[in-house]
Design a protein around this ligand. Structure first.
Ligand SMILES: C[S@@+](CC[C@H](N)C(=O)[O-])C[C@H]1O[C@@H](n2cnc3c(N)ncnc32)[C@H](O)[C@@H]1O
Length: 273
């Protein structure tokens, strides 16, 4: 099947507007060839020759499954263990403080753009080390992309991905694959029990029935326009405990978004109590 080799200005705009409506993600003009390449692969699978035909599917409300797939294709999910490592040293300090001040209260963390789960499991290893089996804690990971959440739930990663994980944590919380699983590792069930994943669109947050001690909203705001970034931060703050912490990516600034936020170190904010 011969698929169109380039996407017209008009088709690119239609895809861009569709994705914006659905997720809030804004694809600027520099993303045109990326969109073209990602959709061509799917069009070949569906045996659709032109972008116009694929856009008709996107605009058809009866094609919900394809819409979910298109979001999965069009989101960028790069992530790795202990990314922006300073945040994990910060988390260690916050958890140690919680242990001494409020030992009975559960410590709850939200990885709000979790991708394939590396961020949530990095948090989980730090918390498991701090709290052991003695203090309740949990990590929830959410993402709009349903495919990455499936990978996250499996908790299985290629061994090369473990390079950024400190050796003591890897030894304590991961199992190396043998035989047919050679070249892979998985997290121990005791760790996985504390980590859950669910779909969530940051533009339309669900009601969690509790608030978090710490929220990671990292390397996702870059995909949004200013007004939508502010909306997402407001949405997320509804679920942060007073005195709790919000971490964003080191290349993302939310300075001036909300008067209740106090910056305490680069990319780390505290919600005033
Ligand atoms: C680059 S990854 C960042 C992963 C991780 N937080 C990190 O810093 O390594 C961005 C993630 O945000 C997700 N995302 C984009 N728009 C979203 C939205 N509207 N709601 C929820 N997640 C979204 C993408 O699917 C992607 O997995």
């Amino acid at each position: 099947m011969q698929v169109s080799s380039s996407i017209s200005e008009q088709s690119f705009r239609q895809v861009r507007d569709w994705l914006y409506q659905r997720s809030g993600i804004f694809l600027n003009d520099t993303k045109r060839s990326l969109v073209c390449g990602r959709l061509q692969k799917r069009m070949r699978e569906l045996e659709l020759a032109s972008f116009e035909q694929y856009i008709r599917v996107l605009l058809n409300p009866a094609e919900q499954l394809e819409h979910e797939l298109a979001v999965n294709i069009l989101t960028t999910n790069e992530t790795y263990f202990f990314r922006e490592e300073k945040h994990f040293r910060f988390l260690e300090k916050v958890a140690a403080g919680h242990k001494t001040t409020t030992p009975a209260a559960p410590f709850q963390v939200w990885s709000a753009a979790a991708s394939t789960g590396q961020e949530a499991y990095s948090v989980a290893m730090v918390l498991a080390q701090q709290f052991g089996g003695y203090q309740p804690w949990s990590v929830v990971g959410t993402d709009i992309n349903t495919a990455v959440l499936c990978t996250a739930r499996q908790a299985i990663y290629p061994i090369e991905a473990s390079r950024k994980i400190p050796q003591d944590l890897l030894k304590a919380y991961a199992l190396k694959g043998k035989g047919k699983d050679e070249g892979w590792f998985k997290f121990r069930p005791e760790l996985c029990q504390k980590v859950s994943f669910e779909p969530l669109n940051l533009m339309e947050p669900k009601q969690f029935n509790y608030r978090f001690d710490l929220i990671l909203l990292r390397n996702v705001l870059i995909y949004f326009e200013l007004e939508d970034k502010q909306k997402i931060v407001r949405n997320v703050l509804k679920f942060l405990k007073p005195g709790g912490y919000l971490l964003v990516g080191h290349s993302e600034s939310i300075h001036g978004y909300d008067d209740r936020l106090q910056q305490i170190q680069p990319a780390c904010y505290r919600l005033k109590a």
